[in-house]
Design a binder for this molecule. Sequence first.
Ligand code: TH1
Length: 823
Amino acid sequence: MSRVCKMSKNVREVFRLDELKDDIRRNMVALLGNDPRSKRKFSYYNALAYSVRERLVDLWMRTQSDYYDSMAKRVYYLSMEFLPGRFLMNYLTNMGIVDECREIVAELGFSLEELEEEEWDAGLGNGGLGRLASCYLDSMVSQNIPGYGYGILYDYGIFYQSIVNGNQEERCDNWRRHGCPWEITRLDTLYEVKFYGRSETYYDSDGNVRFRWVDTENVMAMPCDILIPGYGCSHVSNMRLWTAQSSREFNLSDFNRGDYIGAMHGKVMSENITKVLYPNDQFLQGMELRLKQQYFLVSATFQDILRRYLKQHTSLAALPEAVAVQLNDTHPAIAIPELMRLLMDVYGMGWDVAWDICTRTFAYTNHTVLPEALETWPVDLLGRLLPRHMQIIYEINRRFLEGVAATFPGDTERLSRMSVIQEEGGQRVRMANLAIVGSHTVNGVAALHSNILQTGLFRDFHEYYPRKIRNVTNGVTPRRWLMQCNPALSRLITQSIGPEWCCNLEKLRELVPLAEDSAFRDAWARAKLENKRLLSRYVLRKVQMGINPNTLFDMQFKRMHEYKRQLLNVMHVISLFNRIKDNPSADITPRTVLFGGKAAPGYYQAKLIIRLINEVARVVNADADVAGRLRVAFLPNYCISQAEKVVPAADLSEQISTAGMEASGTGNMKFALNGALTIGTLDGANVEIMEEVGAENIFIFGLKAHEVAEKRRSGYNPREFYENDAELRRVMDMIGSGFFSPDERGLFSPVYDSLMHHGDYYMLMADYRPYMEAQAAVDALYLDQDQWVRKSILNAANMGKFSSDRSVMEYARGIWHVEPLGK
Ligand code: TH1
């Protein structure tokens, strides 16, 4: 299925490595204006980055002309978020020149790792959704699928998290302050994006009624490209990120009236569109600026798509044969009425022809069923910002509901559920409904999640369009998430089964028999220990805490969310603490419990849980009885580059969301791929991970999705668990009574109350005891290192399915209808 990784026969020649050192010195002077003798790491990182980038530009242009010459169908992955992290090591890995580069850098007096640390993460996303987009770009280009990422170049990415007195504080992530050597800014390409104004009717020369959008306020979109090299570099693609520039004539009348400052104000305001990423993960705030960002992305992208298409075609009729557009959640779903508007108002098509083109072009991926994440926009807001789009949405809906009414006569309830316009509580546009109606295919991101879409959230749509809603299980790129982040394990794997695994992850199955080989198990354990040592040094640097690499590293790293249940993990920690205090000489498995993750700045409860983790850590880590057996830390500012250090060092991966709530998860895949064992619920992709690795190699516990749903219906009583479980009661009482916050006894009452008095929506109380039992099984297994390591190997060995190469090929064949180029 995947391409054999035939790294170019001679990378030294292809990438002119003999000239690399000179190029670094040259760029240092010519581009950066620095003295090569200064030995500043940051300058050397930059000079190296430019010298690496310039080696890809030729390949990139060649790839683009390949696409052009073959008239290949292109995939456009539209996403409000990308989370590429750092680029340097990814470029070197995919170019296959890490070792060569390390030597050259050493000759200049640096280690590659120290230069790598000079790079700021490109944090243009919140979490899994953005990271998935970046993994898919890597897999598309690595498999010669002509695809581009389209997104926004935010000046400020996801905020920088620091922990002050146990609390999260947000700082602005000024990631481009010192420039970004990977960006290729296209100062000469500008598209106009319109806002506000009104829709006007007129008669064309044939006497037909037509519409035009007039009296608009215009903003310019300027593209900035970042190259995306495929593994082995047979192809190089790019993501195109837009920045807002004020239009030259912006408020010309104000200038002319002599209101210079007033005119400049308008200019500055228009450039605000791409200032900052909204830091909410799965929570809709409904701000006008956010809708502006969405339309800005969509409008600029479609001008670019149509310009490229029209270079090779004279009519738009064949657009769906040449272009596939994937909507990454509903965030870019305004693209559907936008393409309708372009086809009808600008290119003069009639509704039916335009609609047919539209629905054959778009596909939509749903990533969540959380009600608070489902986008709806007030009709008056959307109608004011995008008046013509609002008209088109009404017409899409009118025709759609006509069809539904014909299929289900008299079922008015169904019509109101399926309508693109929500009527109750003031009219709002339901973006998910719009995206389903306007797409040929809708997919969920794991089997369970897609099933929930079909039978729950989108049930009516599934009945109406029985083949539209499908599944494509998420995946992660093995280049970044094993080869690059875990050199120790990668080396061992390559020595044992050869190098093909990184482009054909199913090959890892060849490790299965090696799990029975004790020498291999020892080598595997040594690689893991080396990673744990590296992480320990990082933890010492970051939070001035020593941790012992010989303890079980128990990790939960993901966005802070009540449904992800970091609190359940804390409740286990507190229980362990109590057991040790009750019986200081008890023989327990020593653990280091590490947490990381950002809370949305306005998410009070999530921030309070961060505080609780830090207060529990303070108490636990200071206790002499506990010393050497239990340690807890919260690592600030979880981001891609931190994940690259955390993931390879994990023994235990916590994936403990309330069943039915985590659409897929992708951290779960990264950890297991690096040999961590999973403790988790049957949620999202955990279900499929269990199927792949075998139920005996994973710790599954707790309510299943249908049981959660059933309990919600029949009435759930969290107090029952409190009353019947003394250990749980003690934990809850400690949290509620201020044991961990002696100076502020009521500090954690809201945490206590959410479980005890507000219905425990995420059912932590019900899952507490099963979780404790699963954790006890973890402890027991860890004492038997031989068995643990066996299972660790079997986990990695069976993760082949979760390569994003497989996901992307499923999209390519089943949804986009594109084939890898040159096959
Ligand atoms: C995440 C899902 O929570 C996660 O389960 C999934 O693995 C990942 O997407 C990739 O499919 C989501 N992130 C967001 C972010 C926003 C809105 C909705 C989702 S769903 C802003």
